[in-house]
Design a protein around this ligand. Sequence first.
Ligand code: 2M8
Length: 412
Amino acid sequence: MTTTHSLGQAARQILIQNDKGCYTIPTKGLYPYQWNWDSAIAALGFAEFDITRAWIELETLFSGQWSDGMVPHILFHQPDPGYFPGPDVWGCDGPIPSSGIIQPPIAASMARRVWEKDTGAGATHLTALYPKMLAWHRWIMQWRLDRGAVCTTHPWETGRDNAPDWDKTMARMDASDVGEYTRRDTTHVNSDDRPTNFDYDRYIKLVQLGRNLHWDQAALREQSPFRVADPTMTFTTLGAARDLLAMGTELGFDTTGLTEDIKTLEAGAATLWNTDLGAFDSRDVLSGEWAGCVSSASYLCWLGGIDSDQMMDRLRNTLETVPYPVPSNDPDSDTFDARRYWRGPTWAVVNMLIGLGLEQQGHHAEATELARKTGALISEHGFAEYFDPLSGSPAGGKSFTWTAAVWLAWAG
Ligand code: 2M8
């Protein structure tokens, strides 16, 4: 019988095996570099057994910060031909070879949690990190707002690569001149579980556009066909702003502007409420069209400090009716696909972010139930990248860092 103790040991082993010394890769083969939000989650996992290593993870992430405050979604510390697109395709010139886009800015919220476990010695680490985290927050506020909601400029920024949220926007894009390239992801895992070539052409097309514009945010705002205000970016930015305010106040930093930013983001979050859908939704900024998607990101409202009775009703229903909640896409939607990456599967990492938000907002019963169900999913099906929400069967990369970290910090 697998016990909680032995699963804890296995989870630690995964973090240790994926540890490259000062950063952690998500999984061997498929993802050989440092990913932004994966790393923030890894820090939380390390905090359960090696607090110094947790701080190092965050410090390495911020060592890749650009001079304007942006923190890239991938840091390419060492060349690896197993992943495409690599640094040569992105053409960026930050302090460490990197991509030119961001990911959900959860690092500040995870740093706060690491600090809560290490208020003594941790204060030195946090004091050094704080201005960097604040600079990234300001960069987002400067470049990514639409009516107060935070926009994504590439599906990869949200971390929900092929979510149906982007379908209409992607369908309008012309990628006929993207040129020849070779995908690497499908050499590591089953191609039926991955984004389609149609999507990949557009991912690469957007990278080419950013590169041609030297990742100039003003130019991208003018010229990119992809700009979507989204619940992932908005709720994580809002949650991070609240955490930055709390940490800054306690550490004695100047927090001018953060209270105003929180109000702006709250107003922005309200613009993501799709009344017809009865849920938080993504909104194409260029066409003004709703995506019409209830995704797992819709449930991140609590992480952003926003309560919603309607989202709570949906959550309770999902917890009761879906065998392995929370699915990344509504199982009643025509676009639901139980195995294709972010179009249906359950991700332990998003469950934890939903659960931490629920806990923060005082919804203890639902937070406990979600953690229990996520724990059961992992103990029955392993530390996979993601899971079929109907059967629980594991998919994608194996021995996955953030699934192990979720077990250690929350679900185990
Ligand atoms: C996936 O995204 C990468 C691109 O960033 C990919 O498919 O190549 C997503 O699941 C994302 O959320 C995650 O951070 C990354 C690494 O685990 O993989």
